[in-house]
Design a protein. Structure first.
Lengths: 566, 111
């Protein structure tokens, strides 16, 4: 068959099983868009390339499979950068394809030329600048294999326009096999034996779960291990959903916004078993004082993570599901009644502090809990970044893996709405709720137009506090209440804004008889919507460990406002 | 005014470790490797890169002179993760002044 590079790229993506791509066209990628015209691949036209990147991420985070974002050269490529960097830090499989100026013009400062290869180099797992149409045969399957194998991550492919236009002749039999996730070598039995004996000998073990547990599909195994070993479980932001919050051994999120009881438990642990977690500073606090009494065992699929921050007593490189399955096969049940009771006590003694629902129904913790009660267990929640994100992490009961999508590593405001659109595309029929802030939502508000066009069941629940809340909180706590650039003096009418985009917009009246009932009613109506929920502006997310401090130095109570609202 | 110095002391030749990398030979491989060092604020003291004989230029061998500090192990592991890097090992057999020995002054032009 005789065709051009663009069409070959289209064929290779179809063979990868790609059915949806998000992007925005432009000169340097137009040959590929022309090829898409004949394709069964559905193209989602976004309103900003960052939106396309996060829509692809939303799809990938729900399915665990690599998704594709598309942009033209120059500004298209630079607009994708944030979403690529975000995928890197949260280990999300993403394939970003950009057009590039023709090779003859590369290096001439041509119109819309930017060194996309150089720009994506430090934020991808790997990147390619394709130099001939024939190279696509290798590059495309490799890109998907790299994105999905081992520790997942983003791969960028920059395709010059002349490569897209170049004629190529090949037989169907010349087409490569699609790139697939490749397994990694299993670790030795001896290491698993040692792990089993460490666990058996421990008196106060704690499981520390990270996003790798979800990526490996090992959530059920981790929970089984917790019960077999009577080991309480702490979770990073990225692992929420691995163990349901109703589980008596679940201690919630550790670290900066973990409860005092959870961080105290880690002080007392004598064995910390980290699974697919990377000892991020938001989780560990001051590393030297993290888990001072514990021996550390660490399983990770990425060898470079073992010992990067904390040198473990035992480090295993492997797939979490494989390691846990083999571990469970040799682990006897070990009742640790005193330790389990201690965990239960710490959990009960240090609940989140918040006013009761009857007094203050729109306190963020109450709203998060209410969302947990009113949404189906398979509903998918995305968040933006800020206080609302941390309140959700603390108080929303995430019951299943891949139902809580949040920008953990990069902490990117603007993630929530496009990620929710992507999640909805990947999980048709399920309710998707984007919990956002009045700061974050404006960072990708243009995607309401995309949402209106697609008419997906995505609801934006806006925690509206007239502030960059988390910035305001840090200024209150650590900058002696010098509030600089954290307050909005003009705010849009968000419900009206949604309506202007063609989406149902609702503002919850805090003085109405039953504001949470109004919220439920707004959520229950079908189709996309934006629900503006007024939140007290002076509230803080607590507890909070000051950045750089040890986890035991957590601040549990602060402002007078807090009390005033309580 | 006090003299401004780099916060990390400059490594002396005796604290240089030589890493040997086998890499896929294509434009970009070098940027991936040097970029990794730059990103981690890790000094790269010397680089030598030679195409491997016998495989039609598909791979190269690279020798890197790097400061021997505690983070070196982490950098080695990060190097191993690069798609273009096929193998990493230390070359303790090479002397610390190995690279210096390769530098030959240009012959002076007649005059
Ligand atoms: C793109 C980006 N810019 C800046 C920040 C720094 N930042 C972190 S939280 C925050 C405030 C978020 O405000 P809002 O979305 O209203 O959420 P709130 O904290 O009020 O719930 C800012 C500015 C960020 N995380 N991302």
């Amino acid at each position: 068959m005789k065709t051009n590079g663009a069409n070959l790229l289209r064929i290779l993506l179809e063979r990868q099983g790609i059915d949806t791509i998000a992007g925005i066209p432009g000169g340097a990628i137009l040959p590929f868009y022309d090829a898409l015209h004949r394709s069964r691949i559905r193209h989602i036209l976004t309103r900003h390339e960052q939106g396309a990147g996060f829509i692809a991420q939303g799809m990938a985070r729900v399915t665990g499979r690599a998704a594709v974002a598309l942009a033209t050269s120059g500004p298209g490529a630079t607009n994708l950068i944030t979403a690529i960097a975000d995928a890197r830090l949260d280990s999300v499989p993403l394939v970003a394809i950009t057009g590039q100026v023709p090779q003859a013009l590369i290096g001439t400062d041509a119109f819309q030329e930017v060194d996309a290869y150089g720009l994506t180099l430090p934020i991808t797992k790997h990147n390619f600048l394709v130099r001939s149409a024939a190279e696509l045969m290798d590059v495309v399957p490799q890109a998907f294999a790299i994105a999905e194998s081992g520790r997942p991550g983003p791969v960028a492919i920059d395709v010059p326009k002349d490569v897209q236009n170049a004629t190529i002749e090949f037989e169907a039999s010349d087409l490569p096999e699609p790139g697939r996730r490749e397994g990694i070598a299993a670790c030795a039995d001896a290491a698993i034996d040692e792990l089993a004996s460490l666990l058996a000998r421990a008196e106060r073990p704690v499981l520390y779960l990270g996003g790798g547990v979800i990526a490996a599909g090992a959530a059920d195994l981790a929970r089984e291990l917790a019960h077999r070993a009577c080991a309480p479980v702490v979770s990073t932001l990225m692992a929420l959903g691995a163990v349901p919050p109703e589980d008596p051994l679940f201690m919630g999120m550790l670290g900066m916004h973990g409860t005092k009881g959870t961080n105290q438990l880690l002080e007392e642990a004598d064995l910390l078993f980290a699974i697919g977690a990377r000892f991020d500073d938001r989780a560990t606090g001051k590393v030297a004082e993290f888990c001072p009494r514990a021996t550390i065992a660490h399983v990770d699929i990425d060898r470079a993570e073992i010992g990067k921050i904390k040198r473990p007593f035992l480090g295993l490189v492997g797939d979490a599901a494989d390691v846990l399955r083999r571990l469970l096969a040799r682990l006897e049940p070990a009742p640790r009644p005193a330790w389990c009771a201690r965990a239960a006590h710490l959990r009960a003694a240090h609940p989140l502090r918040h006013p009761p629902c009857v007094e203050d129904p729109l306190h963020p913790v109450n709203v998060c809990r209410f969302l947990g009660e009113s949404l189906a267990p398979d509903a998918i929640v995305t968040t933006d970044v800020g206080q609302h994100q941390m309140w959700m992490a603390q108080a929303y009961p995430v019951r299943r893996p891949r139902t809580f999508l949040t920008s953990g590593g990069l902490g990117t405001m603007g993630f929530g709405l496009p990620a929710a659109i992507g999640a909805s595309l990947a999980a048709p029929g399920r309710r998707v709720v984007c919990v956002s802030g009045d700061g974050s939502i404006l960072m990708n508000i243009q995607e309401l137009a995309t949402l209106a066009e697609l008419d997906l069941p995505v609801a934006v629940v806006l925690f509206n506090n007239d502030h960059l809340g988390l910035v305001r909180q840090q200024q209150e706590l650590f900058y002696n209440r010098r509030f600089e650039a954290s307050r909005f003096h003009a705010a849009p009418d968000f419900a009206a804004l949604a309506r202007a985009f063609g989406i149902r917009g609702v503002r919850i009246d805090p003085l109405a008889g039953d504001p949470l009932g109004d919220l439920a009613a707004a959520l229950a109506a079908p189709g996309p919507c934006l629900i503006d929920v007024p939140i007290h502006e002076g509230l803080n997310v607590l507890p909070m460990v000051p950045p750089g401090a040890a986890n035991h130095q957590t601040i549990v109570e602060t402002s007078t406002r807090e009390v005033a609202h309580a | 005014m006090p003299e401004i110095r780099a916060s990390r002391d400059v490594p002396t030749a005796s604290r240089l470790t030589v890493l040997e990398l086998r890499v896929r030979n294509h434009p970009g491989a070098m940027s991936h490797i040097t970029g990794l060092f730059a990103r981690r604020a890790f000094n790269l003291e010397a680089i030598l890169c030679v195409p491997d004989p016998g495989d039609a230029g598909a791979t190269s061998t690279m020798l890197l002179g790097v400061a021997d500090e505690p983070r070196l192990e982490q950098v080695e592991r990060q190097l191993e993760k690069l798609h273009d890097v096929l193998a990493v090992r230390q070359r303790p057999d090479l002397p610390a002044d190995y690279f210096m020995g390769l530098l030959r002054p240009a012959p002076s032009v007649a005059g």
